[in-house]
Design a binder for this molecule. Structure first.
Ligand code: BES
Ligand code: MN
Ligand code: ZN
Length: 504
């Protein structure tokens, strides 16, 4: 489907369908009122008769409304005007798309992007509308023999903004939304892929694919032998129980000046996390294919970044490995010497993400990074703390925290900062090594971040735990594409801030 923005009067639109809002109780939106005048009160009569109340999720589809140039009018319930929330706005857009797709209009002009949401502007409204639309149209059906095809799908959707002076920003919103949506789509495709196909090698092939598609991207693959030479023993220990060897894939995006330090994004890429010898229980274990959701989101953000052609240098890293039990697997009790030289006593082979990431965090020192952000489905405790709608942010760096929380808010991709005070560090004490790989039940997400922090002393670093937000379980099981919007927004903001400004 193609998207457009414009600023026009509803009464002048000649389209297959014109979409306007109705507020509770039975009140037309501004665009609706204009159409009502044209139709000499046709719409308000329907409302008075009680055909639509205006509750969120209600729709009323009308044909041949008197004097209206468009063939159809779709009235969409928007709830109470002053109480319209961001979530409801996205629901309204999703419902609109579903209705339009069901009813055979090939194109439509939508005035719902004029709705007012507290603290948001028309840039936000257009961007979220396009992202929500794309999101609702996504399906992962490449392994289905019979695919469900919409008979007459919507081909062209135009979002209207109230005034001509909003148009430039609306165009930008559209451009950003399309890049984010495409990034989210490739993230979802990669994350939804089954673990017998999506192995660490497959991740590396996807990385190479990006380099082929974008001139500013180069790809570098570090295989097991190279990791051995680099002494990435902790990373390799996690992978040693699997027949699918580890690959670390580096995606170099060079959009800035050569001397400009790179921003580094590291994604946990456990293509399957069985728990290893500390085997997980069987229930929902299939969902541990999503343990590469961090890597998938880094991949998606790199795609969005390249599509936007931003003038910065970024390195995206997919830390691919598979955690399996076998005669060759690492075990509880093992002591590993990480690439940094620090030693780790393994108390649970299921706390593998941090063992992979710690060596990558050491590896990236060579790039003298501007900052490093790792993204990982790291702890079940994160779901207990924040649920399935909010990602956890942990960082010792105030400036980076503010930047990421800002990006999260701008992109409506929620995140919340958890503390990482020094007191938590002692939970990682080990009698035999420099540290243990687990810190006990209390504050499990924080102690995981504390573990990582020990490998990040030489640059500014932040950690996103996306265990709760990377995918959905149940009937609508699937990757969410998060946090591609947050990461992309962060990169957009960095590219817009003064090029010479250093972020200390
Ligand atoms: N990938 C899991 C975390 C996870 C679990 C994410 C469930 C989403 C849903 C991670 O590797 C893991 O197993 N973590 C353990 C750590 C524990 C052993 C300290 C966990 O959270 O149980
Ligand atoms: Mn695990
Ligand atoms: Zn894991």
């Amino acid at each position: 489907m193609e998207f457009f923005v414009k600023s026009g009067n509803p009464e002048k639109q000649r389209s297959a369908c014109i979409v306007v809002g109705v507020f509770e109780p039975r009140r037309l939106s501004h665009a609706g009122e204009l159409l009502d005048e044209m139709s000499e009160g046709y719409l308000s009569t329907l409302l008075r008769r009680g055909d639509i109340e205006g509750k969120v999720g209600q729709v009323l589809f009308l044909h041949h409304v008197p004097n209206v140039l468009s063939e159809r009018v779709l009235l969409v319930g928007c709830g109470k005007e002053r109480e319209l929330t961001e979530t409801q706005y996205k629901q309204i857009i999703t419902k609109t798309i579903a209705t339009l797709n069901d009813t055979g209009s090939l194109e439509a002009i939508c005035f719902l992007s004029e709705l007012h949401i507290k603290g948001r502007d028309s840039y936000w409204a257009v961007r979220q509308a396009v992202e929500a639309a794309k999101d609702s149209l996504y399906s992962f059906d490449q392994f289905k023999t019979n695919k469900e095809n919409t008979r007459r799908p919507l081909r062209k959707l135009t979002f209207n903004v109230p005034s001509r002076k909003d148009l430039t920003r609306a165009e930008q919103a559209l451009q950003h939304a399309l890049a984010v949506a495409q990034g989210s789509k490739v993230c979802k495709d990669l994350a939804n892929m089954p673990p017998n196909i999506c192995t660490p090698l497959y991740l590396s092939e996807q990385a190479k694919g990006l380099a082929e598609r974008f001139q500013k991207i180069e790809c570098e693959i570090i295989d097991t032998a190279q990791m051995q030479a680099l002494q990435m023993n902790s990373y390799l220990a996690v992978a040693q129980g699997s027949k699918n060897p580890a690959y670390m894939s580096l995606i170099h995006y060079k959009g800035g000046k050569e001397e400009q330090k790179p921003i580094i994004l590291i994604g946990k890429g456990l293509t399957f996390d069985s728990g290893g010898i500390s085997l997980k229980p069987g229930e929902a274990m299939d969902e541990m294919k999503y343990d590469m959701g961090g890597a998938a989101s880094v991949f998606g953000a790199m795609q969005a970044l390249a599509a936007l052609d931003l003038p910065i240098n970024v390195i995206g890293i997919l830390a691919g490995a598979e955690n399996m039990p076998s005669g060759n697997a690492y075990r509880p009790g093992d002591i590993l010497t990480t690439m940094s030289g620090q030693t780790v006593e393994v108390l649970n082979t299921d706390a593998e993400g941090r063992l992979v990431l710690c060596d990558v965090l050491t590896y990236v020192e060579r790039f003298q990074p501007e900052c490093v952000i790792d993204v990982a489905t790291l702890t079940g405790a994160c779901i207990i703390a924040l649920g399935h709608n909010i990602s956890a942010l942990m960082t010792p760096h105030k400036g980076l925290a503010n930047e990421l929380l800002n990006a999260s808010n701008q992109a409506s991709d929620k995140a919340w900062q958890l503390p990482m005070d020094d007191e938590f560090q002692k939970q990682l004490d080990s009698p035999f090594a420099d540290m243990a790989n687990i810190g006990g039940r209390p504050a499990g997400s924080i102690t995981a971040a504390c573990f990582l922090s020990r490998f990040t002393k030489n640059y500014n670093w932040a950690h996103l735990d996306i265990a709760g937000t990377a995918w959905k379980s149940g009937a609508n099981k699937g990757s969410t594409g998060r946090p591609v919007p947050l990461l992309t927004q962060f990169l957009i903001n960095r590219s817009e801030s003064d090029q010479n400004e250093s972020h200390i």
